[in-house]
Design a binder for this molecule. Structure first.
Ligand code: URA
Length: 230
């Protein structure tokens, strides 16, 4: 939200007064005087007027979890344990998932309270590759790679998937790079060839790699470099 909007929400000042307060240098954002009424201020910024606190500024939190099979990618669920249940963190209800994995998919799941960051992770424009290790029921044929690179038409959404890269590792195993996250996307892409996915594990999201030290169900805070990579 713009800085002038945040201050206008205080009952004591009208818009004209807010403009003057900002112009006269009485407002600080994260400890620095700001004279720009249009400055984009998030929930994570501290805002002060003279030396009075207007907004404390929340701490942005970022985690990676090694999601186990059988745990649901949701914040609440009536029947299944959720990935949020696996976290031992205060104020867990403030956290959300930066992308989801199916119940029977394992691997890298990103969790945060920073909505702008999670949008960057999930929006195809930011071109963050999601890399999956895939195991199938039938042999994976070489020509799948061309079809995946060209895109597959999904009738339900009336769209063609973005170019994806397939590397065949063994007759029944492959690694797949996707740049978007459609509903059951990997299973539907292999389903195009009537080849059922029987194992799916996410290894990377952009430059963030699932930490091999994390056993299924374990998590850790992201490093500064990992957060900045998105
Ligand atoms: N594609 C799928 O089909 N399932 C997932 O969990 C992720 C991608």
């Amino acid at each position: 939200m713009r800085l002038d909007r945040i201050l206008s929400n205080l009952p004591r000042f009208n818009r004209q007064e807010v403009r003057q307060l900002i112009a006269s240098g009485r407002v600080k954002v994260d400890g620095h005087c700001s004279r720009d009424p249009r400055l984009d201020v998030s929930l994570f910024n501290r805002v002060e007027l003279d030396d009075q606190l207007v907004q404390a500024g929340k701490t942005a939190r970022y985690f990676m979890l090694n999601k186990p099979i059988g745990v649901v990618s949701a914040t609440e669920h009536p029947a299944h344990q959720t990935v949020i249940d696996l976290l031992n963190e205060p104020d867990k209800h403030e956290l959300h998932l930066a992308g989801r994995l199916d119940l029977n998919t394992s691997g890298l799941l990103l969790i945060t309270n920073d909505g702008q960051w999670s949008r960057r992770v999930t929006q195809p424009v930011s071109k963050q590759a999601k890399v999956y290790w895939v195991s199938t029921e039938q042999p994976i044929e070489a020509h799948y790679a061309e079809t995946f690179a060209a895109g597959i038409y999904f009738k339900f959404e009336d769209l063609t998937t973005l170019p994806a890269r397939l590397e065949i590792l063994a007759p029944y195993n492959a690694r797949l790079w996707l740049y978007e996250g459609r509903y059951h996307q990997v299973k539907r892409m292999f389903g195009h060839f009537q080849n059922k996915v029987i194992g799916l594990h996410r290894e990377h999201v952009g430059a963030i790699t699932l930490d091999p030290q994390l056993a299924p169900g374990e998590y850790r805070a992201l490093t500064r470099a990992e957060i900045a990579s998105v």
